[in-house]
Design a protein around this ligand. Structure first.
Ligand code: ATP
Length: 427
């Protein structure tokens, strides 16, 4: 049975147990048929162990990957600076970071569309750094959907198979299967111009899945779609990823997208990796001011202060001419200097009325209030800068109100201002 027939059968099976068992559909050499059968009943544990083992295998490795471009004035632009990364089998891995941080260049080097200045790329342990793009067997999906306008949708979807000299009958059969998976079977005879944006993205996704690729590479594939379609296609990408269980490397500048879709995320800054981890890890244990500020909406608040004293479990910091003493844990490093930055998220501030409960409460006045779902986001003018605070929508809060803010100890982060690195977390 072909890869697509298996995938289709699986997707339409009313008796499907879990998406986990999809692993067997990939012609997985590690799991025998017996293993796949045993996903029901007694063998489930060993099946899951085998799958877990497979999922932990390295699929793609980037070793000291570098890329320099030459600007029109002849100076060097370092787009990617010594990136080391390991992407595991079946993993949804996202490269996220601000514009110009090197996400697309990294992806293009993996795809073979850009030659690295230094470093190496490995697929399943095989060095592919010099291999041309058409020999890498990767499925790619980009922001500007490159469907050929003069080809019908069935020819667009089956195009990667034509390049592989697969017969027309087989090509169309596989295109029909892929279209069925993407629920666009009725569009096969149409041309791209006849399709809506969402339908075109579904066709582009169908084209990627006919390839039976080593990995899926996606560069901001949703950014041209409206908000509703983004949610729809995002779900489709996740569904297909879960079913096919091959690595997906996804590029976005949108941290919310990265946080909702990914198994792991690499946050890039200025061509370098700022941190790699699960969404939870990045949110709860940001390694630096940059990651703390980039991950999380509304973003983390920062206050500059001076370190008065620090032991293994206590830090005293002066901020706004007040001294705050916090219990801390996970002290990672000594502070290089006295200058420290306190980070805390908008949802961990308790808001009291003007009669401050604690001596260290920060006084401010409300500049602006925005509604976010069932919460309110208040912009509060503090002694030195504006702070973001989320409160219940039911709270009686108006513009101009004088308020008193209390930072909860456990939710505080202490960073070295100079290096930007995390020193310790509140405990
Ligand atoms: P964006 O989200 O805006 O697409 P990005 O994180 O994907 O940004 P890249 O497109 O990889 O960033 O670009 C990284 C840096 O390399 C930028 O400074 C960019 O201007 C530069 N750059 C990229 N491609 C080229 C090129 N072909 N020639 C010269 N400079 C380039």
């Amino acid at each position: 049975m072909s890869y697509l027939e298996s995938l289709n059968r699986w997707l339409h099976s009313s008796k499907r147990l879990t998406v986990d068992a999809m692993t067997t559909i990939q012609g997985n050499s590690e799991l025998s048929d017996n293993d796949s059968q045993s996903s029901r009943g007694d063998g489930e544990q060993s099946y899951n162990q085998a799958r877990h083992k497979k999922k932990n295998r390295t699929a793609i490795e980037l070793d000291n990957l570098c890329k320099e471009f030459t600007s029109p004035d002849g100076s060097a632009i370092t787009a990617v600076d010594s990136i080391d990364l390991t992407i595991r089998e079946g993993e949804f891995f996202t490269l996220v970071g601000p514009s110009g941080c090197g996400k697309t260049t990294t992806l293009r080097m993996i795809a073979g569309l850009e030659a690295p200045t230094d470093g190496d790329i490995y697929f399943h342990g095989r060095r592919v750094t010099q291999d041309p793009a058409n020999e890498r067997n990767l499925a790619m999906m980009f922001q500007n959907i490159a469907l050929y306008p003069h080809m019908r949708i069935k020819d667009n979807i089956s195009y990667p198979l034509k390049v592989r000299n697969i017969s027309k009958t087989d090509r169309y059969k596989q295109a029909a299967d892929a279209a069925d998976i993407m629920q666009i079977s009725d569009l096969l005879e149409k041309y791209p111009a006849d399709l809506s944006g969402g339908q075109r993205q579904r066709a582009a996704l169908a084209r990627t899945i006919v390839q039976d690729p080593i990995a899926f590479l996606m560069d901001e594939p949703l950014s041209d779609l409206d908000a509703k379609l983004q949610v729809e296609i995002r779900k489709e990408i996740q569904r297909i990823h879960a079913e096919i269980n091959k690595p997906t490397i996804y590029v976005t500048h949108n941290q919310e997208e990265a946080m909702t879709m990914s198994d792991r995320i690499a946050v890039l800054n200025d061509g370098q990796i700022a941190q790699v981890g699960t969404p939870e890890k990045l949110y709860n244990e940001p390694a630096s001011i940059f990651v703390g500020g980039f991950i999380g909406v509304p973003s983390m608040n920062f206050l500059d202060g001076n370190l008065v004293s620090m032991t293994e479990n206590k830090a005293t910091v002066s901020v706004y001419e007040k001294e705050f003493t916090w219990n801390i844990e996970n002290v990672r490093r000594e502070s290089a200097g006295d200058s420290v930055t306190i980070g805390f998220r908008p949802d961990v501030i308790s808001l009291a009325d003007t009669s401050a409960e604690y001596e260290t409460d920060i006084q401010g006045s409300v500049n602006l209030i925005e509604r976010i779902g069932d919460r309110l986001l208040a912009y509060v003018e503090g002694p030195e800068n504006e702070l973001r605070v989320t409160v219940d929508a039911g709270d009686d809060l108006s513009r101009g109100d004088k308020v008193s803010l209390h930072i909860n100890n456990a939710d505080m982060y202490l960073f070295d201002t100079q290096s930007g690195e995390l020193i310790a977390r509140g405990d």
